[in-house]
Design a protein around this ligand. Structure first.
Ligand code: SF4
Length: 703
């Protein structure tokens, strides 16, 4: 039945599992886990093993460009030429009238590295604005700042291979059992085979990850900095630290010490809602371990103090010297398949490619010279939420949205809707009509999806994979790089005449030469023939770098890692009050991914969690007169959600939980968690505060 086999990578989470593709004579695709892949060793989670539906079922796909001449007209089918002529003419006239900062691109951690690279080159090099940001801003930009300020560059020190070498895991603000399942499966197996391995989970909810842990610290949302400082204090008091590492390889330890000693364990226990004994136990487990890994995701990053949370966690690796050695290191888990690749090519409004700094004049000149343009603007662009606020206020006139669904995923959906309505021109380039954002497009462009185009991606452990094209895109859909290069040429720009995607990759590789993320020796041929590689790859025979900082030389000017002291221990979120007494935290469920434009069309992925429900603690349910299964109205200062209640002790008292995936799939936008969330962001990372919204919950009474 099967014909040719292809090796590729799963298009969902940042774990980056290897997949074997088989096709039958009808070109129907089948998937199975790649047994030889170093990440998943043949395993796939529920999302990955159902990925063939995404490739085979094209009923929801955008098949040809659609355009409307005004908001009072319906969109109608047009040719690619007409579509991109219109886009170029609108962009030219807006830039002429209002300047380059009046246009912007909003892209995605699902874009391939080559697409990210071209979108950046086009925006920062040729349109003359840094207004390009990504939905990765919403999930890991706090970790980027944390790494940069601690190690000198945005560099994940370790590898998944360290999992089997570690004897202590601190998993915080993450539920890998559901959201990074294959990674978690490796941790489970390691513990099953080595019962002395200890797992600590920090989470306001009793998740499947927490249920597997030796110690669950069911923290009050937003108090993470206090908790990690308290653990740090206890490690210092007990002498469970690595003074040689601190003395020889770090800076600013004394300031850190002063801050952690300023808060007693008793006070920390009260603030965090965790017992003193548990804080002491966590410190004891970490301090006595030989190889300690911390892992975190959105629960830490998506906060108004997300960077401070990262600092306080990273500092635990520094005081224990648990970095640059087997089985150790602080490990930020990326939610999207190519969030890391986007970071490498500078796919954010305040970054430049190859870890160069937008605020450094020499770096800007180097990038401008490489692209053959006069200059790169020194003005940082709008970040994700700023971009939509600027649209709402009329400062940004046109936005080009690629492979992401901000109507569902950005905070405060009501404001996002106003922004899209207020924009003069909205381009949406995507695969599916099921994106709620597509509704607002003046120009809707059909993009090729997974398996329909080639390119590369980088997973959470710096592992670069080549993804081949295995099938043709449906209708007139085109690869994103092709669309962007065609548009660039219509704008009259030189430098976009690539004959194929490989030429784009080669150009980017050349840019990495001599940097800390050098892949100039890593060709498409090596990726196709030899498999995946972790950057940097320092010569033609080099097989990649599993672990950074083994020589204890960091990328800071002094080559020492830096203890960054959190600005304060106060959580600056908008606090609950008598009107909105509960704290809402939002997150993912096991079988859905992002805004369900792909997983939402797979029937068997609907059975685990068919509808969005509000998880509420029995005490809060009693106070709110809510029973299991009741339809409840959840209200915040921003909006309303109406869903059924699930009364469960899995959330702590005072906290409620809603999944973040649903948009209008159920014919109503009252399932959308982001109707409720606030547009407030961490001041350094500009990552939104999704994990802390003050809400009220009441039983819904039909009028
Ligand atoms: Fe895909 Fe992530 Fe599941 Fe692996 S763990 S199969 S990368 S969704």
């Amino acid at each position: 039945m099967q014909t040719k086999e292809l090796k590729t990578t799963c298009s969902y989470c940042g774990v980056g599992c290897g997949i074997i593709i088989k096709k039958d004579s009808q070109n129907k695709v089948y998937v199975e886990g790649d047994k030889d892949h170093p990440v998943n060793k043949g395993m796939l989670c529920s999302k990955g093993m159902n990925l063939h539906y995404v490739a085979n079922d094209t009923f929801d796909r955008i098949l040809y460009p659609e355009m409307r001449w005004s908001r009072s007209h319906l969109r109608e089918r047009v040719s690619w030429d007409d579509a991109l002529d219109r886009a170029a003419s609108v962009f030219k006239s807006i830039i002429k009238k209002y300047g380059p900062d009046s246009v912007g691109f909003y892209v995605s951690g699902q874009c391939l590295t080559e697409e990210y690279y071209i979108a950046n080159k086009l925006t920062k090099g040729f349109l003359g604005t840094n207004n390009i940001d990504t939905n990765s801003r919403l999930c890991m930009s706090s970790a980027v700042v944390g790494y940069k300020k601690t190690f000198g560059e945005d560099s994940v020190p370790g590898s998944y291979a360290d999992i089997e070498l570690a004897d202590c895991f601190l998993i915080t603000g993450a539920n890998p059992a559901w959201c990074h399942p294959i990674l978690f499966r490796r941790i489970e197996k390691h513990k099953e085979e080595n019962p002395d391995v200890k797992i600590i989970v920090v989470d306001p909810r009793k998740t499947d990850s927490a249920n597997f842990a030796d110690l669950h610290l069911q923290i009050i949302p937003g108090t993470d900095v206090v908790l990690y400082n308290a653990i740090g204090r206890r490690l210092l008091e007990r002498g469970l630290t690595d003074y040689n590492f601190i003395k020889n390889h770090t800076e600013n330890f004394e300031s850190y010490k002063q801050q952690v000693l300023a808060t007693s364990l008793k006070k920390a226990s009260k603030i965090c809602g965790v017992s003193e004994d548990d804080i002491k136990l966590a410190a004891e487990i970490i301090g006595k371990s030989n190889a300690f890994i911390s892992m975190w995701a959105m629960g830490l990053n998506q906060s108004v103090v997300g960077v401070d949370k990262n600092f306080s966690l990273l500092n635990l690796s520094l005081i224990t010297g648990q970095i640059g050695k087997p089985g150790a290191g602080p490990f930020s888990l990326t939610g999207q398949p190519n969030a890391m690749g986007g970071r490498e090519v500078g796919g954010m409004a305040n970054l430049l490619a190859v870890h160069k700094d937008l605020f450094n004049e020499t770096h800007r000149k180097e990038v401008a010279d490489f692209w053959g343009v006069k200059e790169i603007s020194s003005k940082p662009g709008y970040t994700a939420t700023e971009m939509f606020e600027a649209l709402e206020k009329g400062k940004l006139k046109a936005v080009w949205i690629i492979c992401t669904n901000p109507m569902v995923s950005l905070p405060n959906s009501g404001r996002v809707e106003k922004a899209l309505q207020n924009a003069k021109f909205v381009v949406v380039q995507d695969i599916s009509h099921k994106s709620d954002t597509a509704e607002y497009a003046d120009l809707l462009l059909p993009a090729a999806g997974w398996l329909e185009k080639e390119g590369t991606m980088t997973n959470s452990e710096r592992r670069i994979a080549y993804l081949p094209q295995g099938i043709n895109p449906p209708g007139e859909a085109k690869a994103d790089v092709e669309i962007l290069c065609d548009f660039a040429r219509k704008m009259g720009f030189n430098g976009f005449n690539y004959r194929n995607t490989e030429e784009i990759y080669k150009e980017y590789c050349l840019m990495t030469k001599g940097t800390n993320i050098d892949i100039s020796y890593l060709s498409y041929d090596r990726l196709k023939n030899e498999g995946t590689f972790q950057w940097p790859v320092s010569d033609y025979r080099h097989t990649g770098t599993a672990r950074l900082f083994e020589d204890k030389k960091f990328y800071t000017p002094s080559q020492k890692a830096i203890f960054n002291v959190p600005y304060g221990i106060e959580n600056a979120s908008v606090k609950p009050n008598s009107e909105y007494p509960l704290i809402l935290t939002t997150g993912r469920i096991r079988d859905q991914w992002h805004t369900m434009t792909k997983t939402g069309k797979v029937a068997r992925l609907q059975t685990h969690y068919p509808n969005p429900v509000l998880e509420i603690n029995p005490v809060d349910a009693y106070i709110s007169k809510v029973r299991e299964g009741d339809v409840v109205e959840v209200k915040s200062r921003n909006g309303l959600v109406r869903v059924r209640a699930k009364v469960t002790g899995n959330v702590r008292e005072g906290v409620v939980f809603l999944p973040m995936h649903w948009g209008k799939q159920l014919e109503s936008d009252l399932n959308r968690s982001n109707n409720l969330t606030n547009i407030i962001v961490d001041p350094q990372s500009k990552e939104p505060d999704y994990k802390f919204t003050a809400v009220s919950v009441n039983k819904y009474k039909k009028k």
